[in-house]
Write a protein that binds this ligand. Structure first.
Ligand code: FAD
Length: 586
């Protein structure tokens, strides 16, 4: 088959904040950049980010990057790599100002400075009073950032392939990445995009769980591509459950709602967070608040007919504060629940939200894999954003640190690639084996299949993950989860595309996404079954304590034989002293 081919210096797969920030850096340096996205760029999931982006601007409370670094290390339950965390927190203020100059309309204080709200896990002076570090554009911060970055990319002449689906990376025999095979969704025509470097920025995999805050597009395609290219995934057992998803539906009520003064109550009207986190209360870090809500419900203090949720109270804040600071939340509650949060409390329950694990990278976005003497980079491959694991979030991400992560490491990867291109001016010849393997993946879905439908299988993956790999975990339950996902993997061989009179491309895309979900479900539940301690979002009832002597290490999951290896956490920071692991209290 004759497949169309295009050549670029850099192929960026993903047009969320991470991909667009990298592409902008590159296009402004006159590199020839292609950005591929399965949805129109401004529909990428970054658009949904609500509460804001952290930077120690000190506009509202005293602050500095070192305190931000401490909070992030502590929030990560000491699993974050401290050199990368230092790099991110140091860069934060500069990047907020840069975004402001690129057009992001941050909310303002009366003195004209950028408004900052308190978020969970933030403190002054290394664990002291609550800090206010999150820069917000009302509760539509991601929307503002994504649109500004898109417009800047148009200006810088980035080339966009809108609604193209990336199927697989194209690999040379020595492992170097030469580009990717993509599919134009409208026509179903494959296209080879050849590139001197490829950057994955495909976002997270919230669709692993039935109730989640993520868009339907968040199926972890980049992580699946990495696994198939023989690259391991780091720390997949750490999946964040956001404390305040709308109960039973999943839509997110930003942590900013508690930052503005909202609080949680149980069926007795008790502010129960005072028992779990006497100092930080409702603004303890997310893993702590999610566990507290789940415990309240399990112990019979839940609200509603089925006693299966708690209530988030915002009504005391008044209409004016809600319409100024949380207009999107107010509109969402009105639309989906039919009442005004200025008058009534919102039913909430922890909801799958954020992928802490991902493709292992260094702080320049280079994908790194273990070799006998440490690590080496995969030539021609970078990853940034939620699909990557730098690792700055470790076992638990702090709210407001992901929008920061995507711009900090998006820019860092862009800069590194610019240098790489200076020394690597020519394309390597494409290899037919690499193309054939990617084409085979597509060809598998040219037939309809006779077994269970894609939709049914997806539903089963999501309910299995919710049941067997949720907020609280035990060995028996996780082992059962591994078994069930392995059975599902076997049944994939005969999966049937949706019933259409002919095979629409969208049906094929859903099947390709499902394959990724199954691979990532197995990566997540297997990594969770292997880690016999509690740390951050990975909470084991049978191993309730953190065990630094044995488990202060990152997991690396390989698709081949469902194998897991480990590598040390980088405790050494860049210029400041290490924050040694200690008990984590809020
Ligand atoms: C509801 C919600 C609210 C949030 N609020 C905040 C917040 O206030 N502050 C904060 O710091 N973080 C927040 N987060 C987290 C943060 O928004 C995300 O982690 C971050 O935006 C991810 O950006 P990204 O660039 O990595 O990926 P995304 O924005 O998810 O973009 C992924 C891109 O990859 C493309 N893609 C994926 N697969 C393929 C494929 N196979 N082929 C082609 N293209 C593909 C998609 O089309 C898209 O363009 C929130 C998350 C959610 C769900």
């Amino acid at each position: 088959m004759n497949i169309a081919q295009r050549k670029f210096d850099v192929l960026v797969i993903g047009a969320g904040g991470g991909g667009l920030r990298s592409a902008l850096q590159l296009s402004q340096a006159d590199a020839k950049v292609a950005v591929v996205s399965k949805v129109f760029p401004t529909r990428s999931h970054t658009v949904a980010a609500q509460g804001g982006m952290n930077a120690a601007l000190a506009n509202v409370s005293p602050d500095n990057w070192h305190w931000h670094m401490f909070d992030t290390v502590k929030g990560s339950d000491y699993l974050g790599d401290q050199d990368a965390i230092e790099y991110m927190c140091r860069a934060a203020s500069h990047l907020v100002y840069e975004l402001e100059h690129q057009g992001v309309p941050f909310s303002r204080l009366d003195n004209g400075k950028i408004y900052q709200r308190p978020f969970g896990g933030q403190s002054q002076n290394f664990g002291g009073d609550q800090a206010a570090r999150t820069c917000a554009a009302a509760d539509r911060t991601g929307h503002a950032i994504l649109h500004s970055l898109y417009q800047q990319n148009i200006r810088a002449k980035t080339h966009f392939f809108d609604e193209f689906f990336a199927i697989d990376l194209i690999r040379a025999e020595d492992g170097m990445i030469l580009g990717a095979l993509v599919l134009e969704i409208e026509t179903g025509e494959p296209l080879i995009i050849e590139a001197k470097t490829t950057l994955l920025a495909t976002g997270g995999v919230g669709q692993l769980f039935r109730t989640n805050t993520n868009a339907h597009i968040n199926t972890g395609d980049g992580l699946g591509m990495a696994l198939r290219a023989g690259i391991p995934l780091e720390d997949m057992e750490f999946f964040q459950f956001h404390p305040t998803g709308i109960a039973g539906r999943g839509m997110l009520i930003t942590e900013g709602a508690r930052g503005e003064g909202g609080f949680l109550v149980n069926k007795d009207g008790e502010r129960f967070m005072e028992r779990y986190a006497p100092h930080a209360k409702d603004l303890a870090s997310r893993d702590v608040v999610s566990r507290a809500i789940s415990t309240e419900v399990r112990e019979g203090r839940g609200c509603g007919e089925n006693a299966d949720h708690v209530m988030l109270k915002l009504d005391h804040l008044g209409k004016e504060v809600l319409s100024k600071r949380l207009p999107g939340i107010s509109a969402m509650v009105q639309t989906f629940l039919g009442f005004d949060p200025a008058e009534q409390a919102i039913p909430v329950f922890p909801t799958a939200h954020y992928t802490m694990g991902g493709i292992p990278t260094d702080r320049y976005g280079q994908v790194v894999v273990p070799v006998e003497q440490g690590e080496e980079s995969v030539q021609g491959l970078y990853a940034v954003g939620e699909c990557a694991c730098v690792s700055v979030h470790g076992a638990n991400r702090l709210g407001g640190n992901s929008l920061l992560d995507i711009v900090v490491f998006g820019r860092a990867a862009g800069n590194h690639i610019i240098d790489y291109l200076k020394d690597n001016r020519y394309h390597r010849p494409l290899v037919s084996d690499g193309i054939d393997m990617a084409m085979q993946r597509l060809a598998r879905w040219d037939k309809k299949g006779k077994g269970e439908s894609v939709a049914k299988m997806k539903d089963e993956v999501q309910t299995t993950m919710e049941k067997y790999c949720g907020v609280f975990r035990t060995q028996d339950v996780l082992d059962e989860g591994v078994k069930k996902i392995m059975e599902l993997e076997q049944r994939m061989a005969d999966v049937r595309l949706q019933d259409h009179s002919k095979i629409f491309n969208t049906a094929r895309i859903e099947a390709l996404e499902l394959e990724n979900l199954v691979d990532l479900a197995l990566a997540t539940v297997s990594s969770a079954a292997a880690r016999t301690e509690s740390r951050g979002a990975h909470s084991r009832i049978d191993y309730p304590d953190r065990n630094d002597a044995h488990w202060l290490k990152h997991s690396l999951y390989y698709k081949e034989n469902n194998r897991i290896e480990y590598k040390p956490v980088r405790l050494k920071a860049m210029t400041v002293d290490t924050f040694p692991p200690k008990e984590r209290v809020y």
